[in-house]
Design a protein. Structure first.
Length: 373
């Protein structure tokens, strides 16, 4: 019986803070309550329940959203349990898809039944590597025309290592995906955020493990013209150049669990504390700036939220925060984070089953006032 699943990322593992494992079935009422205060971030119960699905994509990590011009929202997930719910509400101990995509209606309903999987010839994992044995994890994305663009990490199933970064374009008309070869990124993974700006460019943030640290991540920013997605340039501290090797560090984050987006006229960055296993901490940091290339110096000290998840007194491994500005409401913005087991503090798999809720995102609302937005 397989009791633990780990997908190693090796070179990118520390900067992602994301060695993937599968979790045990939790006991009832283990999660701490969170405050629904008007002046503090709080868990959004409706948005969190949206991820508790019983068909199609049932449990997953990633949870990256892309608003479409027609009001709908595309959700991009990474490793996914797809259509494998047992009659007792558990799932097998190993996911069966490396990416899936949901389409949420224009009314932004949080009813899971109103959001369905996008399929291509009956296949739910739309992003496919042409190299046998490799697979794709999509990341942050934007809509340009009738296509959703996202940087995909191409991973090797045999080694768990990052092989390449590819710009994928999902065609909204027929769910087909085309790919653009990207320039050499000098070891930077440009998966931390993607914003389509009014100046005609798409800004993309990336991270790279800071030398001689444990888990800290140097952050960089690139951009490409909306009418030429393959033409990337990189901020070198004073201007935009063609060499990723000359890219400047714009800030150093506590971990590679980073999300950058545009919220209420400012660029917002949130970061998880560095953790790789259970009891590794609970903090999520936040900072806002009027510039896409600077202004986040407080990102390592300004804690805006502590995750409340607990199982038998332990906190989970958590990662992949994602900001979702299309769901701004009541002067609050929405972000999600993913939890992924309480290993090794609590055993993972019982009789080849575990509760899918330990491999699902949580949604949090943050009042604008918390970051002076």
């Amino acid at each position: 019986m397989k009791t633990q699943l780990t997908i190693g990322m090796v070179a990118t593992m520390l900067c992602f803070a994301c060695t993937k494992m599968i979790a045990p079935r939790p006991e009832a009422n283990e999660n701490l309550a969170v405050s629904n205060s008007a002046v503090a971030p709080y868990q959004d119960a409706s948005a969190t329940a949206f991820f508790r699905r019983t068909s199609g994509s049932i449990a997953f990590d990633g949870a990256l959203s892309v608003p479409l011009s027609n009001g709908k929202v595309v959700w991009l997930f990474n490793d996914t349990f797809y259509d494998d719910l047992n009659s007792d509400g558990t799932v097998p101990c190993i996911f069966n898809k490396h990416n899936t995509v949901l389409i949420q209606p224009a009314n932004h309903s949080w009813d899971p039944a109103q959001t369905t999987n996008l399929l291509l010839y009956g296949n739910p994992d739309l992003f496919q590597s042409v190299t046998p044995g490799n697979y794709f994890w999509p990341s942050a994305g934007v809509e340009i025309g009738n296509k959703v663009y996202t940087v995909c990490l191409e991973m090797s199933s045999s080694t768990g290592q990052l092989v390449n970064e590819i710009l994928a374009a999902l065609n909204e008309a027929d769910n087909t995906v085309s790919y653009t070869t990207l320039p050499d990124f000098n070891g930077i993974d440009f998966t931390k955020g993607m914003v389509k700006n009014l100046d005609g460019y798409v800004y993309v943030w990336g991270g790279k493990l800071k030398p001689n640290t444990i888990g800290q991540c140097d952050v960089y920013v690139a951009r490409f013209p909306q009418n030429s997605p393959g033409s990337w340039t990189f901020w070198n501290g004073t201007s935009w150049g063609t060499s990723a090797a000359a890219a400047a560090v714009i800030v150093t984050a506590p971990s590679g669990g980073i999300s950058v987006s545009y919220v209420n006229t400012k660029y917002v960055m949130i970061v998880t504390n560095f953790n790789m296993v259970c009891d590794g901490g609970t903090a999520i940091y936040g900072a806002a700036s009027s510039s896409p290339v600077s202004g986040w110096d407080a990102i390592g000290t300004n804690v805006i939220y502590n995750i409340p998840d607990r199982l038998q007194g332990h906190t989970p491994f958590f990662y992949t925060p994602c900001i979702h500005p299309e769901f701004n409401a009541n002067n609050e913005f929405l972000f999600t984070y993913c939890i992924n087991t309480y290993q090794p503090c609590v055993a993972a798999c019982n009789n080849n089953k575990f509760d899918p809720d330990i491999y699902r995102p949580r949604a949090v609302r943050v009042p604008f006032s918390v970051l002076n937005l």
